[in-house]
Design a protein around this ligand. Structure first.
Ligand SMILES: CC(C)(COP(=O)(O)OP(=O)(O)OC[C@H]1O[C@@H](n2cnc3c(N)ncnc32)[C@H](O)[C@@H]1OP(=O)(O)O)[C@@H](O)C(=O)NCCC(=O)NCCS
Length: 185
């Protein structure tokens, strides 16, 4: 998969991306805004594990954000199951030297478009910590809608944190029946 967004792209992860992952992901400012499953410090073995897990994914839902030299971030989905099978959670991070240039806003807009189509989703959501102003701004610019605040929903770095719940609903809501086929008794 490869989606071009100006000088940047969303593409499949490659085995040789491990060194750029370590270079950029080993950063407390990134870790502080993600789940604890994202390690800190971030070592080469963490990058190798991550890449081998992604390579085994079927379908692939986690992708690299890259320029023409190297991977500079990641964006992906956690697909829901059971009654949530047409819903997915989106997560992302970008290397700090590239922050505040409008990159992730454009990436999220394009990725959501791709994800709705590729995975036949009705809903994509994200749960940034309420103090994560940059991510909130990205979601607002990508026209995600604030649905509410999840109070005391996370425990990160020794602190209880609130999270916002943002979502975007796909244009083609999956309906089991066309309205005309529903029979009222
Ligand atoms: C969140 C993140 C992906 C944003 O990427 P980015 O490419 O810098 O985002 P953009 O440049 O598209 O947009 C950031 C916006 O936040 C604003 N912003 C950043 N820090 C801010 C702050 N402290 N206060 C107010 N606004 C802030 C920027 O000015 C920009 O808004 P603007 O375009 O209206 O000026 C990046 O900061 C990151 O990787 N953070 C760590 C991981 C993370 O938070 N992931 C998301 C978890 S939900």
């Amino acid at each position: 998969m490869e989606l071009k967004i100006g000088k940047y792209m969303i593409r499949d992860w490659r085995t040789r991306d491990s060194s750029s992952i370590v270079k950029y992901a080993n950063n407390k400012n990134i870790w502080a805004n993600l789940r604890d499953g994202f390690p800190h410090p971030y070592q080469l073995s963490d990058a190798e594990n991550f890449l081998s897990n992604v390579a085994r994914q079927n379908p692939r839902t986690i992708f690299a954000i890259a320029n023409n030299k190297e991977a500079i971030g990641s964006i992906g989905l956690r697909l829901g199951e059971d009654v949530h099978r047409f819903t997915a959670e989106m997560g992302y991070w970008l290397a700090e030297p590239f922050w505040n240039k409008g990159i992730m806003s454009k990436i999220v807009i394009r990725f959501a478009e791709f994800a709705f189509e590729k995975f036949a989703l009705n809903r994509i959501f994200a749960e940034p910590y309420t103090e994560n102003t940059a991510s909130v701004r990205v979601l607002e610019k990508a026209e995600f809608v604030l649905e509410g605040t999840l109070k005391a929903n996370a425990f990160k770095d020794g602190k209880v944190l609130d999270q916002f719940l943002y979502s975007k609903i796909g244009h083609e809501i999956r309906k089991p029946y066309a309205a005309s086929q529903i029979v009222f008794r």
